[in-house]
Each structure stands twice: as C-alpha cells, then as structure tokens.
Ligand binder design. Structure first.
Ligand code: ARG
Length: 457
C-alpha cells in the first residue's frame, strides 16, 4: 500500500507485532458498511464516477459474502481488516478499488468501524440486560411473600422478602442500562471524513455519511475524531459496573446454594459434578460470572493506560484498543446470558429461607419499634429493653416468638399480648411498607412499575 517509498518489506517480527488482522477481522461488517457509505458520498459529491461507485459497492458486497461464507483468505501481510478488504476489492474490480480511499485514511476508518461495532455491542447488551431484568421481575412476583434473612455484614439483620432482594438487582441493572445508553449518545458521532488527522481538501459531505451509518452528526474536530477512544472507555466503564453487579449476585448464589444455606438449588444445567466426590453440585457458572469482572475491569484499566500520555492525533498504540474490548464485551454478554439462565432455572427453598429468617432474633427491631409506638417509650430506652428481652430468650434457648407474655412482662410491665404478633417474621416484613421497603405489597407494586418500564409504557 505504501511500496513507493520503501525498498525492503517488513521483518517477520515487525509483521507479527504490527498486524491486527488476527482480531480486527471481526470488524468486517462495519468496515464494509463504512466503505459503501463513503463511496456513495464520493459519487454524490462528484469525486467518484457513478460507474466506479457501482463497481465498488457491488464488489464490497461480494467481499462481505465471501467473508461470511468463510471462503475469504485473510492475509497478515495486509495488516488489518481495512487493507484486507480493499486488496480483495482490487482483485475483483481493478483500478476503481484504488479510488475508494480518496478523502479518507485508515485513521478515520478504524475510528468509524470501531464506533459502529461498540454501538452494536451496546444495543445487544442493553437487550440482554432487559431480558435478565424481566426474568428477575417474574421471579420476584412469585417470591413477593417469601421471607428470607436480610443481612448486613453477612450477619442476619432483619427479615426481608426474596422478591425485594431480587428487585434490588433489577434497580442496579436499570442503572447499567442508563449508563450504556448515555455512552451511546456521546459515541454516536461519525469520524468518517476526518481523514488522517487534519480533514481533507475534497468537497466531501460528512453529514451524508454520518446519516447513512446511523450517526447523529459528524464529529466536529478531526484531530479529536481520530484520536478519541472515550467511547470504548465509557462502554467498558459501564460494562465493568454491570459485571460487578453480576459478580455480587453470583456470590450470593454461590453462598445460597451451599448445603449450609440451602436457600436455592441451581439447576443441573448450570452446575457441574465432581470427578471424585459424587455428592457435589458445583455452582461453576455463578463462580465464573463472579470472576469475569476481572477481565472486564482489566480491559478498562488496560485501555486507560494505553491512552494516557498519547500525543494527538493517532498513534499505533491505539490498535491495542480492540482485543481487550472485544474480550471484555464478549465476557459480559456471556455472563448476562448465563445469569439469565440460572435465575430462570433456580428452585427456591422457601422453608429454609423462612427458618433462617426467624433465627438470630431478627425481629428485635420490631419489638423496639412496638415499644416506641404502643407504649410511648423513647427509642433509645426501647432499644435497651429489647436488648434485655433478647438476652432472656437467649438464656431460655428460644427465639422471640418462644417467649411467653410473662417473660415479656418480667422485663417490662408495659408490654402486653399484642407483642406476640409483632415478633413474627411475617409481621416484620409486612410492617416495612414505607416507600422502597420490603413489604410484599411494595414488591408487587415495584414489579408492576418495572414491567411498565420494560414494555415502554
Ligand atoms: N489497524 C489499525 C488500528 O487498529 C488501523 C489504523 C492504522 N493507521 C495507521 N496510521 N497505521 O488502529
């Protein structure tokens, strides 16, 4: 492509370190779409003849078909997807292929291709997140009244409903969608026509190519356009946060599916056995989701470090943007699919959850609240009295619901038999009906709200 100035070809090692075709071949569709839009614009503005345009467009369609059919031979000597496609086009249509690269450079070409690719990834991830949310909402509705221990410090804190817990992840995933959609808005400008770095003297129409490729507008500064990778960084940031959410949920599934918790049973489809211990059902999918965040955040860190300190405009360092991003976005997509499968398939052990929820004097706060509201006792004193009640139950080896009215009165005369109702886990969750609280009625209302959001109502 630049033989004019060179007397020898590249060293084999140079070719190896320089080539990106091994990974950027997956940009072929975006590359060809970009080239078709460019060729049409060149013809429209009189830079290219109609005949050349037609040959180029038809030839590119054939190249795309060859790649799709698996009959295309990629060449490392041709470095990257852009030159591989163009070289094949030349074989097909001859001289006209050489006119396609008028008024553009690989610098604006790769920036365009990669934006289009990341945009497709964002759309796919958003759709996958929505599917996972829908599954979580469906399960949350079924489990609106299922009581489980709520934890702080992984110590039993207060009873919550399982539906409420599931909807917590729906909220997180909702913010993930927001971040991806927000990144998409800033991504959606077309670098095409920025050329190498300074723009071009040809009378091109950048609005036309921007429109043809579904961009909102062309980028306004050619130096920025070819050297900006914010769109990948933002997407990887959103992906990292989403992966972190999935990792937290995965960790809970690992803990909950253990024999010691036995809150849930993961299906055979998402567990593996052990080659030596016949009883084992290992939560491998959950563990791998828990781990994937490592490479996703790694990709973000990696690209941030590549970009820091790069002078304007394009430097070859930026070719290192793609492998890590592909890997990270693939990993998130796979994690979302696996999580959706696991959530859809898991069996809930309501009895085990309820039993665990009543253990550990989890309704002690409800007793203190009752003392405040029914006996007018200041909360600090009520807290102290309740502490004595818990100590008594502990001494007697029972839960709060095992105490008799005499026991309660022994601690404080002002308590009456209404307290028995208060100490049940059902009463505890039902009472937490403040907006955003865990009460079953709230779970159903929030599930309904989310269903409207998801159906776009
Ligand atoms: N393969 C290159 C990349 O991925 C394409 C751009 C090459 N531009 C250049 N001036 N060498 O970044």
């Amino acid at each position: 492509m630049w033989g004019g100035r060179f007397s020898s070809g590249p060293d084999a090692v140079m070719e190896e370190i320089n080539a990106s075709i091994g990974f950027d071949k997956r940009l072929y569709r975006q590359d060809i779409a970009g080239s078709i839009a460019h060729a049409r614009m060149l013809a429209e503005t009189g830079i290219l003849t109609q005949n050349d345009r037609d040959a180029i467009v038809a030839g590119l369609a054939e190249v795309e078909a060859e790649i799709e059919a698996g009959t295309f031979t990629f060449s490392r000597a041709l470095e990257d997807i852009h030159m591989n496609v163009e070289a094949r086009l030349k074989e097909k249509i001859g001289e006209a292929a050489g006119r396609l690269h008028t008024a553009r450079s690989r610098n604006d070409q790769v920036a365009t291709d990669f934006r289009l690719y990341v945009r497709d990834c964002i759309d796919m991830l958003v759709a996958q997140i929505r599917t996972l949310q829908a599954k979580l909402i469906e399960r949350a509705e079924d489990e609106a009244e299922t009581i489980m221990p709520g934890f702080t410090h992984l110590q039993s804190a207060q009873p919550v409903t399982f539906g409420h817990h599931l909807l917590a992840y729906v909220e997180m995933l909702g913010r993930d969608v927001g971040r991806l959609e927000d990144a998409r808005k800033r991504l959606n400008e077309s670098p095409l026509g920025s050329a190498a770095l300074a723009g071009t003297p040809y009378p091109i129409d950048r609005d036309m190519t921007a429109r043809a490729l579904g961009f909102d507008r062309p980028t306004a500064n050619s130096l920025d356009a070819v050297s900006d990778r914010d769109f990948v960084l933002e997407t990887l940031t959103a992906a990292s946060i989403c992966a972190m959410h999935l990792s937290r949920f995965a960790e809970e599934l690992v803990v909950w599916s253990s024999a010691q918790f036995a809150f849930v049973r993961l299906s055979d489809k998402f567990t593996t056995g052990s080659s030596i211990m016949p009883q084992k059902r290992n939560p491998d999918a959950a563990e791998l989701i828990r781990a994937k965040v490592g490479r996703i955040m790694g990709a973000l860190t990696s690209l941030l470090v590549v970009m820091k300190g790069l002078p304007l405009a394009y430097s070859k360092d930026m070719q290192e943007d793609k492998e890590v991003a592909f890997d990270a976005l693939d990993a998130l997509s796979l994690s979302l699919a696996a999580m959706t499968g696991m959530v859809g398939d898991l069996t809930v052990n309501r009895e085990a959850m309820r039993a665990a929820a009543s253990a550990g004097f989890s309704t002690a706060t409800d007793v203190a609240d009752w003392l405040v509201r029914q006996a007018g006792i200041p909360f600090r004193d009520a807290h102290h009295i309740t502490g004595q009640i818990v100590a008594l139950a502990e001494q007697k080896g029972c839960g709060l619901e095992g105490l008799t009215i005499e026991d309660f009165k022994f601690i404080d005369q002002r308590i009456d038999s209404r307290i028995h109702k208060v100490v049940t886990v059902e009463a505890s969750v039902a009472a937490r009906s403040s907006y955003g609280g865990t009460a079953p009625a709230n779970v159903l209302a929030q599930a309904a709200r989310w269903k409207e959001i998801l159906t776009g109502k």
